[in-house]
Design a protein around this ligand. Structure first.
Ligand SMILES: *[C@@H]1O[C@H](CO)[C@@H](O)[C@H](O)[C@H]1NC(C)=O
Ligand SMILES: *[C@@H]1O[C@H](CO)[C@@H](O)[C@H](O)[C@H]1NC(C)=O
Ligand SMILES: *[C@@H]1O[C@H](CO)[C@@H](O)[C@H](O)[C@H]1NC(C)=O
Ligand SMILES: *[C@@H]1O[C@H](CO)[C@@H](O)[C@H](O)[C@H]1NC(C)=O
Ligand SMILES: *[C@@H]1O[C@H](CO)[C@@H](O)[C@H](O)[C@H]1NC(C)=O
Ligand SMILES: *[C@@H]1O[C@H](CO)[C@@H](O)[C@H](O)[C@H]1NC(C)=O
Ligand SMILES: *[C@@H]1O[C@H](CO)[C@@H](O)[C@H](O)[C@H]1NC(C)=O
Length: 520
């Protein structure tokens, strides 16, 4: 449950707001007629007393979302070209602290992240969200619409920032003092892309579990399906997976138990969490059926499947294409999206609709040639695997990124790889002055998993229980941007008051007999 926060001491207004609070509801409603923003049509304006449930448009959301602060809600659409448009919402709290917050999306969607928008408004940001240029969780809108792909790849967040800041100023009578971004997964990629392509859009960015190196991520995801013998995405009526390579979901607990047997103790404590999965040299041979053994074990084909899953993808030129699946992450049920009987929907949508511009495709022989094609076409310049953050850094921008080490959809090892790419591009081994990566042992994709993994990441209710910058990554970002206080660690909160301190890369989380500590 989302506990409503008292006003955090550090998150004071950046300067006092002169607007007469009593006039805000009336002032809100006039926006319907007074807002004149480039390429933008105002669809609806309402003032919402809190707490309230509101109807949400589009096909993604359930019918109601809670608003946790009294606010002015503006629904609008920005035409980005003659064949593309971004639907967006502004949630403008009555008590505004002078800050702007844009939020991102997930997967191949298409869905305003209302939870994140509400979270931002509850912390007194002028909070925005968009549909990323198309409605719905799938990628069908990409077909024959390269400008919709461009919105998805880079433009939706940019117009969210440009138009959103103008709208904020029109309502409150002055420009936001600082601008922030919050997103995870595809949202993490969008935040990274913003820092690379539009370095003036945000002063601070939180980019969780970023889907950077998107083309290779889509390729790796497709290859995982190939390793387990899947051929068909869910929307094309997949046949049952009868491949000898396939490992049924019911067998994975056996696999996970063996992985823990081999690797759980590496971090100094047997607690079900592999703090550093890159140290886990898992050998699946131990699971292979002995002569005469027919249950509780794997066939040689299945053992080979595990070898493939837990090996990095290497190109024909010998270069790394994408890191391996993290041992331990297969225990998260979401892993079935990649390792289950159906070909990964995001890869299928991306290849069919954005890359090939076809409605159906045979994925049976998915392989390195598909990844080479993704690289060659790189629709919308989506790759987002580039270290050139000079301009963002020179403006004083601050970047916080985090990644669950038990992430079942995107390897956290890729976030280390991104860090190293930026460091080598900028010619500096440490990025501490503007870019910090926190690796989160036990956490799944963006949130959840094992242990205390709530630290204000705002992607789901219940994550934002502590309002200090030491325990809340969005508040930590504000503190860094506005007070120069860079976060050394992030503390996660869990059930029954449990906590764990998370380390910034390249420090390691080590159990020293009492709690975990961070060491070089
Ligand atoms: C939020 O932070 C302030 C100041 O640090 C504190 O007084 C208040 O109790 C906190 N509220 C919650 C809900 O933790
Ligand atoms: C946006 O595009 C739609 C459809 O082409 C058009 O009807 C509308 O007038 C455009 N709005 C603006 C503000 O350009
Ligand atoms: C605008 O929002 C109000 C309040 O949610 C709703 O009653 C009304 O139907 C909406 N109007 C349009 C045109 O969507
Ligand atoms: C408005 O749309 C045109 C293209 O249709 C684009 O060139 C221009 O940059 C857009 N303006 C904004 C503020 O996005
Ligand atoms: C997509 O394919 C359709 C049907 O073959 C074709 O008419 C259209 O021009 C293609 N669009 C693009 C952007 O290549
Ligand atoms: C898909 O490709 C495989 C391998 O090339 C082939 O055996 C199979 O018949 C194809 N399926 C369809 C529906 O065309
Ligand atoms: C929290 O404490 C309660 C009551 O002691 C217990 O039932 C529950 O299992 C605990 N939860 C966790 C996650 O440890």
């Amino acid at each position: 449950m989302l506990r409503r926060l008292a006003v955090p001491a550090l998150l004071l207004p950046v300067c006092p707001l002169a607007t007469d609070i009593t006039s805000l509801p009336a002032r809100c409603l006039t926006l319907q007629h007074t807002l004149h923003l480039e390429n933008t049509t105002i669809l609806n304006v309402t003032h919402i007393p809190a707490p309230a449930t509101v109807a949400t448009p589009g096909s993604c959301q359930s019918s109601a979302t809670v608003t946790s602060a009294p606010l002015c809600r503006v629904q609008f659409v920005i035409n980005t070209t003659s064949t593309s448009a971004v639907h967006a919402e502004a949630w403008l709290p009555d008590t505004w602290f002078g800050r702007f917050l844009a939020t991102g999306n997930g997967g191949t969607g298409g869905c305003i992240d209302y939870g994140a928008v509400d979270y931002g408004a509850s912390l007194h940001f002028a909070a925005f969200g968009t549909d990323n240029g198309h409605d719905g969780a799938g990628g069908g809108a990409f077909l024959d619409h390269p400008e919709v792909v461009n919105d998805f790849a880079f433009r939706a967040i940019h117009v969210e920032a440009v138009i959103g800041k103008q709208l904020t100023e029109a309502y409150y009578g002055r420009q936001p003092a600082k601008s922030y971004y919050l997103g995870c997964s595809t949202g993490g990629r969008q935040g990274t892309q913003a820092a690379l392509r539009f370095p003036a859009d945000f002063d601070g960015i939180v980019a969780g579990a970023p889907a950077t190196d998107w083309n290779h991520l889509m390729g790796w995801s497709g290859l995982l399906g190939h390793f387990v013998g899947t051929t068909t995405p869910g929307d094309e009526s997949p046949p049952p997976n009868t491949s000898p390579k396939f490992i049924p979901a019911a067998m994975f607990p056996l696999v996970s138990a063996e992985i823990l047997r081999q690797c759980d103790a590496l971090d100094g404590i047997v607690d079900g969490i592999i703090s550093e999965p890159d140290d886990c040299d898992f050998n699946p041979q131990a699971l292979q059926c002995a002569v005469d053994q027919t249950s509780g074990c794997l066939t040689p084909f299945q053992v080979q499947t595990l070898r493939n899953i837990f090996s990095p993808v290497i190109g024909t030129d010998g270069n790394l294409i994408y890191p391996r699946y993290s041992p331990g992450a297969e225990a998260d049920p979401v892993s079935q999206a990649l390792l289950g009987p159906v070909f990964f929907q995001f890869t299928a949508d991306w290849e069919r609709f954005a890359v090939l511009n076809v409605t159906t495709h045979n994925f049976t022989d998915f392989g390195l040639q598909d990844i080479a094609l993704f690289d060659k076409i790189n629709p919308g310049g989506i790759s987002t695997f580039d270290g050139h953050l000079e301009a963002f850094r020179a403006r004083g921008g601050k970047f916080l990124t985090y990644h669950g080490r038990r992430d079942p959809l995107i390897s956290s090892t890729n976030s280390k790889r991104m860090y190293e790419l930026i460091a080598s591009t900028l010619g500096t081994p440490s990025l501490d002055d503007f870019y910090r990566l926190f690796l989160i042992p036990g956490m799944g994709h963006c949130s959840g998993g094992l242990g205390p993994t709530a630290f204000g990441q705002g992607t789901a209710p219940g994550l934002n229980v502590v309002n200090a910058s030491s325990h809340n990554i969005l508040l930590a970002l504000v503190d860094w941007v506005e007070n120069g206080a860079a976060p050394a660690t992030v503390v996660g909160s869990g059930a029954n008051g449990t906590e764990r301190t998370f380390c910034r890369f390249p420090m390691q989380s080590v159990f020293n007999g009492t709690p975990f500590v961070c060491t070089d």
